[in-house]
Design a protein around this ligand. Structure first.
Ligand SMILES: Cc1cc2nc3c(=O)[nH]c(=O)nc-3n(C[C@H](O)[C@H](O)[C@H](O)COP(=O)(O)OP(=O)(O)OC[C@H]3O[C@@H](n4cnc5c(N)ncnc54)[C@H](O)[C@@H]3O)c2cc1C
Length: 394
């Protein structure tokens, strides 16, 4: 996504020189969100981007794994020889975390690529029994599709509730019922000790038999190939980009799931593993690549400091989140979390820092605008679900 968007943005913003887009996967570049939704369910064959690379003069090199980077020589290493560059944009995304000992075990799946989704489709079509490891975004979306297909589904989550890394327990508590209502069993507070063919063994000693095991326990930046290159990585393994999305070595940028960047807005470095970041970041990268070419400094280099946004479709609900809340932010509820549509806002010093909207896309859009503009808000009006959220602006 971020690689394609960077190439497309370079053309849209006026770059007429050569652009090469290199990717390890053999498939035409594609969008990932449908992999845990329509593609998984067999409702769509592909989610390839509707981009005419030939027409845009973008040279596409698919099935080519990049193995190293030599910044001083302006060279990339690949199995089929080195590739020279003037400017490089690293957009290698993320790779799913695996459970130790589970690799190569028959019936154990990850869900990141089109090939992963293709391997999982027969599991759904055959209504096989499934254990999902992890009640995060991927686990919830996979469980949704699997239940829709009629599979028996058990989700095992080591934390005490769903989405533990992303949201506080008091916010996710009502989501437990979503699993139950869909007919999926959610087992929390217990971890998977080992995975074997035909099921998983839990740390409480119980064994869950399953035809298939789907591991959705998070992802890490796909940057191992940068080892020894001199490109600085952060503690998560993400390329440590600056506010212009430049890496620590000359003429190299990084964007999307593989890069973290400093956010003045939130006073910390952010590593965002969501689609919108892979859409917006490339606009800044392309602008900055082009700005470099102007000796007088115009057009101006662009600082990347977004209000992060993502969505998830799970258990018949449209879940959206924008912003970035921090411990200590005041939590304000809009509507009944047991109901079909509700939202939660986070406040700091009379400004919104984040919003979670379930079935309330208008709240999300309005809150996002207030956050982008840094508008002070009235707490009590925010909590009044009968008035539109934008009316909370002071
Ligand atoms: C199943 C699924 C569902 C999702 N659903 C949502 C959603 O509903 N909402 C949302 O906001 N986000 C969603 N996301 C997240 C979103 O898709 C990602 O944030 C987005 O794809 C990131 O784009 P990217 O370009 O940084 O990385 P990627 O899309 O992962 O692209 C990176 C590419 O680089 C290639 N690559 C990696 N290493 C090398 C190498 N050494 N050499 C050559 N090529 C390499 C990879 O093969 C890959 O094709 C979902 C993700 C998945 C996996």
């Amino acid at each position: 996504m971020a690689g394609v968007q960077t190439a497309v943005q370079l053309r849209a913003q006026g770059w007429s020189g050569p652009v090469r887009l290199i990717g390890a996967e053999p498939h035409q570049p594609y969008d990932r969100p449908p992999l845990s939704k329509a593609v998984l369910l067999g409702q769509a064959e592909s989610s390839a981007f509707d981009v005419d690379f030939d027409d845009l003069g973008i040279e596409l090199e698919l099935g080519r794994d990049v193995t190293g980077l030599r910044p001083e020589e302006h060279l990339l290493d690949t199995e089929s020889g080195p590739v020279p560059y003037d400017r490089l944009v690293i957009a290698t995304g993320a790779e799913p975390l695996t459970l130790p000992g589970s690799e190569g075990v028959p019936g154990v799946h990850l869900l990141r690529t089109l090939d992963d989704a293709a391997r999982l489709r027969p599991v759904l079509a055959g209504r096989q029994s499934v254990v999902v490891v992890g009640a995060g975004w991927i686990g919830a979306e996979f469980a949704t599709a699997a239940r829709e297909s009629g599979c028996a589904v058990t989700v095992v989550e080591a934390a005490e509730g769903p989405l533990p890394g992303a949201l506080p327990a008091e916010v996710t508590a009502p989501m437990r019922a979503w699993y139950e209502q869909s007919g999926a069993e959610l087992r929390t507070g217990v971890a998977v000790a080992s995975v074997e063919e035909g099921g998983v063994l839990l740390t409480d000693g119980s064994r869950l038999p399953a035809d298939a095991v789907v591991v959705g326990i998070g992802s890490r930046p796909a940057t191992r190939w940068l080892e020894g290159s001199g490109v600085a990585l952060d503690e998560h393994g993400a390329v440590l980009a600056d506010a212009h999305l430049r890496a620590s070595v000359p003429d190299v940028y990084a964007v999307g799931d593989c890069a973290s960047f400093p956010s003045a807005r939130y006073g910390r470095r952010l590593l965002v593993h969501h689609w919108d970041n892979a859409l917006q970041g490339p606009q800044a990268v392309a602008a900055n690549l082009l700005a470099e070419g102007y000796a007088d400094g115009t057009p101006e280099a662009r600082v990347y400091d977004p209000v992060p946004y993502f969505w998830s479709e799970q258990f018949g609900r449209f879940v959206q989140y924008a912003g970035h809340h921090l411990p200590g932010d005041e939590l304000v509820r809009r509507g009944d979390p047991e109901g079909a549509a509700w939202a939660v806002c986070w406040l700091r010093e009379e400004r919104l820092t984040a919003v979670l909207a379930v079935g309330r896309p208008r709240d999300l859009a309005q809150a996002r605008k207030l956050m982008q503009q840094g508008t002070p808000v009235e707490r009590d009006r925010l909590a009044d679900v009968s008035t539109s959220l934008k009316k909370a602006a002071r």
